[in-house]
Design a protein around this ligand. Structure first.
Ligand SMILES: [Zn+2]
Length: 318
């Protein structure tokens, strides 16, 4: 039987793409290691909790399904979580030291580095998707030709768009220009054990302003950073991203509760790099867990056809 899980496994096997995102490749080490897009020691550590005797975490990408309906989450080890091959060893350890080895202080440099790595991961995911679509993966032959052709074209188009922002980010890092990106962050207390690093490209803002991706996509960058006694939600906006600006400016005006619901909804609707603790998951009743699964299935099935902001009934930060 074909399941999402089987397709995802085929995808993982056939989408491998390795390179270094940094602009100056003269110092790159030979090795492109599996780097964490969400920090292992500082962040994923805080999400671990025992499941059947092992310290594990959950994500929305590792699940059991049947007839394309989500049935349950599969706990994973932090070693495997969020890894990608988008930086060489040297740049992965050198560039991110200010966020790996120092506490969060909300400096422009730290906010920039979170944005930089999350964006690199988002682009990398698209490069992997393109690699998969053009591979000999087991499921590729089942895709209708037209569908495949359209998706290859769209993925290539989106990669070209993101490459423009890659250039902008690399220019900023070269000149240490960390303030040319706008940041809006809110601190949630007490601590909520959830982390995410994702590029957001919704069709509608929370207040249902249509962003019309036919004209241009939005490229907001989301980072959710659990930080011992608090959790930080940070949105970054490129000056050049005029569609993202519409949503960014609106997000700033939301009340805390609206903001939390907006982020929770986006986590379900359009993020693919979100991790959380079994302790958070276990707080939900079985009805709430079912509701989350049905919301995820609804978003996967309907995606771009949902003609308003997808509003979740769940607030992960409450
Ligand atoms: Zn490198």
């Amino acid at each position: 039987m074909i399941t999402y899980k089987a397709i995802l496994e085929d995808y993982k096997k056939n989408s491998n793409f390795k390179y270094c995102f940094y602009y100056d490749q003269s110092n790159c080490s030979k090795n492109i290691k599996k780097a964490h897009s969400v920090q292992k020691n500082r962040i994923l550590n805080q999400l671990e909790a025992p499941v059947n005797g092992n310290n594990l975490i959950y994500s929305f990408n590792d699940f059991e399904d049947e007839d394309f309906k989500t049935k349950g989450l599969i706990p994973i080890g932090k070693k495997k979580a969020s890894i990608f091959t988008g930086f060489c060893d040297f740049h992965d350890s050198k560039l991110f030291s200010p966020i790996e080895n120092f506490p969060f202080q909300g400096t422009s440099e730290q906010l920039f580095l979170f944005t930089y790595r999350t964006f690199a991961h988002g682009l990398h995911q698209l490069l992997e998707t393109y690699t998969y679509y053009t591979s000999k993966g087991d499921f590729i032959k089942f895709f209708p030709r037209d569908y495949l052709h359209q998706h290859v074209k769209l993925t290539r188009f989106r990669i070209e768009k993101l490459l423009r922002y890659k250039k902008i980010l690399n220019n900023h890092i070269k000149l240490k220009n960390y303030d040319n990106i706008k940041y809006h962050y809110r601190i949630i207390k007490p601590f909520v054990p959830i982390a995410s690093s994702s590029i957001l490209a919704p069709m509608y803002t929370f207040k249902n302003v249509y962003l019309n991706p036919r004209e241009e996509y939005s490229y907001l960058v989301l980072n959710i950073i659990p930080d011992t006694t608090q959790t930080i939600i940070c949105i970054s906006q490129f000056e050049e991203d005029y569609k993202g600006k519409i949503f960014f400016d609106e997000l700033k005006t939301l009340t805390d509760t609206e903001f939390e619901i907006a982020i929770s909804s986006l986590l379900i609707y359009c993020t693919t790099n979100t991790f959380f603790s079994p302790l958070l998951w276990d707080k939900f009743s079985s009805e709430e867990k079912q509701l989350i699964f049905s919301e995820i299935d609804y978003c996967i099935e309907n995606g771009d056809e949902i003609d308003k902001f997808f509003m979740s009934k769940i607030n992960f930060f409450k």
